[in-house]
Ligand binder design. Structure first.
Ligand code: E4P
Length: 217
């Protein structure tokens, strides 16, 4: 499973990128606001830091305006994936932008039927939002599983990008079901390294090592 980092904070991206953990980056208007940066500047900087796709989101609501914004965002760098919302206008924009050779990430997906439409419109990525479904007491993982089955049934090449990942369990479940990609905040990716038995075992080893009186260096 590919790891995208869901942030517009360049320092956090750099730290994970140095470890080889970054296959791409996703941003959205809320993350751009949080960064306090200009969208064009920060997207260009991020796109220069990582080899994989960097999603930058349009904010227009009409298809023609989305297409114009998407073309402008795509010019920032070769590895930009234009992010469009899963609306009828967004699907139109997806079709045009993908036909022009751009990567397109269709975002704000909350149903398998929406994902089916995105695939038919030529989406490179479909972004089902797991955490936001969990927020309203639905199981976001059921959606990932349904999309996986439908895409496999018909051989769609659109990649499932599990988004709105809020916990290490979300990451685990998305991998188990067969998401092609997950995008998660840096904090969640780091938490995946944690286990209480690792901490306990390390403490025991270090206590015994102390008793040997030896040193490695
Ligand atoms: C993905 O592309 C979105 O930016 C993100 O995953 C949304 O996550 P949230 O629901 O935690 O805001």
């Amino acid at each position: 499973m590919k790891f995208f980092v869901d942030t517009a904070e360049v320092d956090e991206i750099a730290e994970l990128n140095d470890l080889g953990m970054v296959d791409g980056v996703t941003t959205n208007p809320s993350l751009i606001l949080k960064s306090g940066r200009d969208i064009l500047d920060v997207t260009k900087e991020i796109a220069g830091m990582v080899d994989g796709p960097v999603s930058a989101e349009v904010v227009a609501l009409e298809a023609d305006a989305m297409i114009a914004e998407g073309r402008k965002l795509a010019k920032i760098a070769d590895n930009i994936a234009v992010k469009v919302p899963l609306t009828w206008a967004g699907l139109k924009a997806c079709k045009v932008l993908s036909s022009e050779g751009n990567m397109v990430n269709v975002t704000l997906c909350f149903s398998a039927n929406q994902a089916l439409l995105a695939a038919k419109a030529g989406a490179t990525f479909i972004s089902p939002f797991i955490g936001r479904l969990d927020d309203i007491n639905l199981d976001g993982m059921d959606l990932i599983a349904d999309i996986r089955q439908i895409y496999d049934n018909y051989g769609f090449e659109t990649q499932i990008l599990a988004a709105s990942i809020r916990s290490v369990n979300h990451a685990f479940q998305a991998a188990l079901i067969g998401s092609d990609v997950m995008t998660a905040p840096p904090k969640v990716i780091k938490q995946m390294a944690e286990h209480p038995l690792t901490d306990k075992g390390l403490a025991a080893f270090l206590a015994d090592w102390e008793k040997t009186g030896q040193q490695i260096l």
